[in-house]
Write a protein that binds this ligand. Structure first.
Ligand code: PMP
Length: 442
């Protein structure tokens, strides 16, 4: 007689049949909490969702209607595996804002830059290959690297981004261990989750170190146009040492998710010419072609609307929220807490005092009706418990202040408990595989 698993136990009858690579795919244990966190009474400081209230929805609706009625037979048809040629041209104009000179021949349109991460990893990584990645790193990239059985070696960052000396040391350590590093994964602008940017003076050096070691650079840049105080910094892809003044060692990832709308799932990868073809083959095997309707809508939006004015509106919304966040943190966080001071993007990275463990505190925070992402989500090695990521992109400034107030109450209680009774729980730092992100964490 078949027996049902007891409470809390899940039996998967397929366990013996799954491919090896699925062993690295684990659902986040904090996913369940995010289901609770999405209730309206909870202030979520967790998600990386852009606030779309400033989008001209009527104009976008009109564009969509016109697109379908005038070019519907093309928009609703299969398209090129590499992506719509017109959109690829416009993407080159977008990248030119960061100093990149590119041919649309070398652009592959993807289903969000998340698919670009998947394609690049699929094309370059064999099980056991090493990926160098900042400490901390974007949770969605860690999930992809785990799915392809890469070993992630973290490289330290400071307030000026990735530390070149730490990169040199990591490359030497990987080599000494007889392992093969394939690429450096970096988010140089308004880092997710760290909220810092790679300063201009380090960019050439980081590229030179990678080139000397024969490493590719995977430059993931969804936030580059979202700086509050200054024009965009020249991309790593815009630098380089060959005759054309650019590097063939950089694969650049872009996205319309944070500058237009994530629901359209339109991103891209700019790759060296030879790599481009492999990426297209991998993309065709996965999705045949990216959604034609969405690509044409993005192309129409870019060519008929003041999209840069729109991005400026997004920036000023985010700046106001960033200010509210930093002000509230300064007023309310317990002594010993530190945080980054982002000049763009969506995220503040908080370091808790002493042995405070953000993962253990999350259930209490959710009970207090505030959510954040614990630091452990952003490390492949189980570390990061004394950090947490707070996003400021979505809630209204008043809600942000209230969220920080609720968080500070939980932290204050914990500090007091520890002062009275000592540690309330062990700060375990077990090695674990990357969690797959819920959309709220990404
Ligand atoms: N890279 C980074 C650093 C991100 O923060 C995100 C989304 N949060 C992505 C890639 C994926 O974005 P999308 O697939 O929506 O383009």
């Amino acid at each position: 007689m078949a027996t049902r698993p007891g409470p809390g136990v899940t039996l998967d009858a397929f366990t013996d049949r799954y491919a090896q690579r699925t062993h690295g795919m684990t659902a986040s244990e904090i996913r369940a909490l995010f289901a609770v966190a999405s209730r309206p009474e909870v202030v979520s400081l967790a998600g990386g969702m852009p606030n779309l209230s400033a989008l001209p929805l009527d104009a976008v609706g009109k564009l969509t209607g016109e697109l379908i009625s005038s070019r519907g037979a093309q928009a609703l048809q299969y398209g090129s595996g590499q992506g719509d040629p017109h959109l690829r041209e416009l993407i080159c104009d977008v990248m030119a804002l960061e100093g990149i000179e590119a041919s649309s021949e070398d652009v592959v349109v993807t289903v969000g830059s998340q698919q670009a991460l998947d394609l690049v990893t699929r094309v370059f990584i064999d099980p056991g290959d090493v990926v160098l990645a900042e400490a901390p790193s974007y949770v969605g990239a860690l999930g992809t690297f785990a799915a392809f059985q890469a070993e992630v070696v973290h490289v330290a960052m400071d307030d000026e981004g990735l530390v070149p000396e730490a990169l040199r040391e990591a490359i030497a350590a990987v080599k000494a261990a007889g392992k093969k590093a394939k690429f450096l994964y970096t988010v140089p602008n308004f880092h997710n989750p760290a909220g810092v940017s790679l300063v201009e003076s380090r960019r050439d050096e980081v590229l030179a170190i990678c080139e000397e070691a024969g490493l590719l650079v995977l430059e993931d840049n969804p936030y580059g146009l979202l700086g509050f105080d200054a024009p965009p910094t020249r991309a790593i892809r815009a630098r380089g040492t060959d005759a054309s003044g650019r590097s063939d060692s950089v694969l650049y990832l872009g996205s319309f998710s944070k500058t237009f709308a994530p629901g359209l799932r339109v991103g891209w990868v700019l790759a060296p010419h030879a790599v481009r073809e492999k990426l297209v083959l991998a993309a065709e095997a996965a999705v045949l072609c990216p959604p034609q309707l969405n690509q044409m809508l993005v192309a129409d939006y870019l060519s008929t609307q003041d999209w840069q004015g729109q991005v400026a509106a997004f920036r000023s919304m985010s700046r106001e929220r960033r200010d509210a966040r930093l002000e509230a943190l300064a007023q309310l966080m317990p002594a010993g807490t530190t945080w980054t001071h982002p000049t763009g993007g969506f995220y503040v990275w908080v370091t808790l005092p002493g042995e405070l463990d953000s993962k253990l505190l999350l259930p209490r925070a959710v009970t207090a009706r505030v959510a954040f992402v614990p630091g452990t989500a952003f490390y492949a090695d189980g570390t990061g418990r004394n950090h947490l990521r707070l996003s400021y992109c979505y809630p209204e400034p008043e809600r942000i202040r209230e969220g920080v107030r609720r968080l500070s109450t939980v932290l204050d209680e914990e500090v007091e408990l520890r002062a009275t009774f000592g540690a309330t729980g062990p700060g375990r730092a077990s090695r674990r595989q990357a969690e797959s992100p819920s959309p709220d964490m990404a």
